[in-house]
Design a protein around this ligand. Structure first.
Ligand SMILES: C[S@@+](CC[C@H](N)C(=O)[O-])C[C@H]1O[C@@H](n2cnc3c(N)ncnc32)[C@H](O)[C@@H]1O
Length: 219
């Protein structure tokens, strides 16, 4: 399969790290990791996000579909973190392993069916009392200037990333982004925030607990 990040992986951090760092730190403020937690980054890309979590003494894991992005991540993180090449719709982790799953700017570029597969897998590998922290584009409303400038930059970056990527981004925004995905996948929104004039959203979610009082046990 063609790696859509083959040409851009080497310069990805130089292009986006300044903008992305503020979002990553806002995510850490929303859910502060503590020592010994098992944390997975889904669509970990070049490993910048995982690198920030290293200072908290957690057990870190990353999975990504792109060999070229993972190669950059491996160069950055050496052997300190388990990095797996693979599709997050079929993850190589045991059930209920992680305290926290993070995923930043990955869901918007997937087709709707893939998003569903990834969220189902996230719920499988999450501990019963675990949390999922999602950071992605927000459908607005955008504040004048503060929101419209980043929105325009994002629009043209997504267009440059190829037609398939652009189509999925447009679909994600038309479907109202993370809030629709949370509803469709029975995720309880614990906290949410928007940043950069309404261009990005951060959602801290947890799977809803099924409390069906009609359930009976037949002996
Ligand atoms: C825009 S990059 C963001 C990378 C990283 N999360 C960050 O914040 O810098 C999106 C990443 O999601 C990965 N990705 C897309 N679909 C995926 C899938 N089905 N399984 C795993 N990774 C996927 C891509 O390969 C890419 O590295």
């Amino acid at each position: 399969m063609e790696d859509p990040y083959r040409r851009i992986a080497g310069i990805y951090d130089r292009l986006f790290d300044n903008m992305n760092r503020g979002l990553r730190l806002a995510g850490i403020r929303m859910f502060r990791p503590s020592k010994g937690m098992d944390i997975l980054d889904v669509g970990c890309g070049t490993g910048s996000h995982l690198q920030l979590y290293q200072r908290y003494g957690c057990n870190l894991y990353g999975i990504d579909l792109s060999p070229s992005m993972l190669e950059v991540a491996r160069g950055r993180l050496k052997d300190s973190i388990q990095l797996d090449l693979g599709d997050a719709t079929n993850m190589p982790y045991e059930d209920h392993k992680f305290d926290l799953i993070i995923s930043m700017l990955s869901l918007h570029e997937m087709a709707h069916q893939t998003q569903s597969g990834v969220l189902t897998e996230m719920k499988r590998v999450l501990k019963d009392d675990g949390h999922i922290l999602l950071i992605d584009f927000h459908p607005g409303p955008y504040q004048p200037l503060q929101g419209w400038i980043p929105k325009l930059i994002i629009f043209f970056s997504e267009l440059a990333a190829g037609l398939e990527h652009f189509k999925n981004y447009r679909q994600f925004i038309a479907n109202k982004g993370l809030s629709t995905l949370a509803t469709q996948h029975d995720l309880e929104v614990e906290k949410q925030n928007t940043l950069a004039g309404g261009t990005f959203a951060i959602f801290l979610v947890t799977p809803k607990i099924c409390t069906d009082s009609r359930a009976t046990i037949v002996l």
